[in-house]
Each structure stands twice: as structure tokens, then as C-alpha cells.
Design a protein around this ligand. Structure first.
Ligand SMILES: C[S@@+](CC[C@H](N)C(=O)[O-])C[C@H]1O[C@@H](n2cnc3c(N)ncnc32)[C@H](O)[C@@H]1O
Length: 240
């Protein structure tokens, strides 16, 4: 399934950003900003940040911009296993003049290519479902969380952004209608990929994610629902 996921992202890489903004009516930008704010507020002034499954780089870029606006010095490693997505990230980062602070690197979320205890903040956007459903058992999600915990410095934090079915019944009902719009738009690019992405939103279990994070050792674990109810942040800290 991992190979299949990698191929799915190769297929949609060229239109990924456009479709993302279209499907979310640009709200995905606010979600990434909320993730960056949560990642950086209260964190130190000189940070080593790892953005796992960085794709076309939008979360890494938002984190870099947010860090600069707060007067923090951040080196961000934008890591992904998909060459095409990462290629787009690289171009975007260099055209924005951010290549000094954002380094792109190929890497797998289940075997993170960084030494233990070296990262202040670990982020990831819209990839938890790919991790969880890549084997259907949660084993790969456990591998990711254990790797995330390993590479964090004591006192470091992780902020994971993704989408899941809202808890609120009226937001849930809205999502059922909205998901048809997502499927309609996605079908113009690749019916299978977007069908899978929408299906995983409805099947992902945020409560299970929280308990898996706690089992891996994360403290102060919180699932923070963002305004629309569809997007959420999963937050956790490594003991200091
Ligand atoms: C939906 S995209 C999200 C991209 C980006 N984070 C964003 O905010 O738009 C999911 C990304 O996860 C990557 N991915 C999925 N499984 C992965 C794994 N096991 N290791 C590394 N990257 C992975 C895919 O290649 C894809 O770029």
C-alpha cells in the first residue's frame, strides 16, 4: 500500500496545490497557519523543525513565515518520500527565497533520517491518514509516532494537522454534503486518489490517535478541533 500511496501522490502532484485550495475554498491556508502558531508559541527562539510528509512544501513555508514574524530563527527540514511532490516544494521554496532556512530531503516517515533527540518541533500536515491506512492495522502509524518521539529533544513538541469527520452533528451533516463536492472536483484529476482521500477522512479515529500518542510517551496530548470542525491539530510533548 505504501507504494500505491506514493504513486497516487506522483499522479496528483502537478495539480495538488490548486485542487487543495479549490476544495477547501482556501481555508487550508488558515489551518496551516493554526498549526504553525501552535507549533511555535512558547517554543524557543532558535529552532530545528522537521516537517514530515511535507509534500509541495506549504506547511514548511507557513512555519518559516510564522517563525520569522515572531523573530525566531528556524531551520526547517521538509521531508517526504515522494520525489515529484518534493520537487515542486523545492522550486517553490527557492522562488520564495526561503532555501536558506528550508531544506528539502527525501525520507520515509516510518524510519526518520535524523538522530535521536535533535529536533525541537515536529510537524506534519494532512498525512496522518496516509500513515494510518498504509497498512490498515495502525502498525505504520505506531512506527511514525515512535520515530517522531525518538527524534524530538526532551521538552520538544509535535503538532500534526489533518482532517477527520467532525464531532458536532450539524458539522458532520455538512461534511457529508461537502464530501460530494470534494469527490466531484477530485474526479477531474484522479478519481481513485481523491476517492481514497475522502474515504479516509470519514474513517479516521481521532480518539485512537490520542491514545496511540500517549502510548508512545507523548505528554499533554490534545486533539484541538479547528473552526470548521473538519480539520484538527494533534498536539503532544516529549518529557523534559
Ligand atoms: C496530502 S499530502 C500533504 C502535503 C503537505 N504536508 C501539505 O500540507 O499539503 C501527503 C503527503 O504525505 C506523503 N507521504 C505519505 N506517506 C509517507 C511516508 N510514509 N513517508 C513520507 N511521506 C509520506 C506523500 O508523499 C504526500 O506528499
Amino acid at each position: 500500500m505504501q507504494d500505491k500511496i506514493n504513486k497516487m501522490f506522483s499522479k496528483v502532484s502537478g495539480s495538488y496545490d490548486f485542487i487543495n485550495h479549490l476544495m477547501s475554498f482556501n481555508i487550508d491556508k488558515n489551518w496551516r497557519r493554526a498549526c504553525a502558531e501552535q507549533a511555535l508559541s512558547g517554543a524557543g527562539d532558535k529552532l530545528k523543525i522537521l516537517d514530515i510528509a511535507a509534500g509541495t512544501g506549504d506547511l514548511s513555508i507557513t512555519v518559516a513565515e510564522t517563525a520569522a514574524s515572531k523573530g525566531k530563527t528556524a531551520t526547517i527540514y521538509a521531508s517526504d518520500f515522494n520525489k515529484e511532490m518534493l520537487g515542486i516544494a523545492k522550486k517553490k521554496i527557492s522562488s520564495m527565497g526561503l532555501a536558506e532556512c528550508i531544506k528539502t530531503e527525501e525520507g520515509n516517515a516510518f524510519e526518520i533520517n535524523h538522530h535521536s533527540g535533535t529536533i525541537d518541533v515536529l510537524t506534519s500536515g494532512f498525512a496522518l491518514r496516509s500513515f494510518f491506512f498504509s497498512d490498515g492495522t495502525g502498525k505504520n502509524m505506531k512506527k511514525f509516532l515512535s520515530e517522531a518521539y525518538r527524534v524530538l529533544k526532551p521538552g520538544g513538541r509535535t503538532v500534526l494537522l489533518d482532517m477527520a469527520l467532525p464531532d458536532n452533528p450539524s458539522q458532520k451533516a455538512f461534511f457529508r454534503v461537502y464530501s460530494n463536492f470534494m469527490l466531484f472536483v477530485g474526479a477531474f484529476v484522479d478519481r481513485e486518489t481523491y476517492g481514497w482521500l475522502v474515504k479516509t477522512i470519514t474513517e479516521f479515529d481521532k480518539k485512537l490517535l490520542k491514545s496511540m500518542m500517549e502510548k508512545e510517551g507523548f505528554r499533554n496530548v490534545k486533539i484541538i478541533s479547528l473552526k470548521s470542525g473538519i480539520a484538527y491539530l494533534a498536539y503532544g510533548e516529549k518529557h523534559s
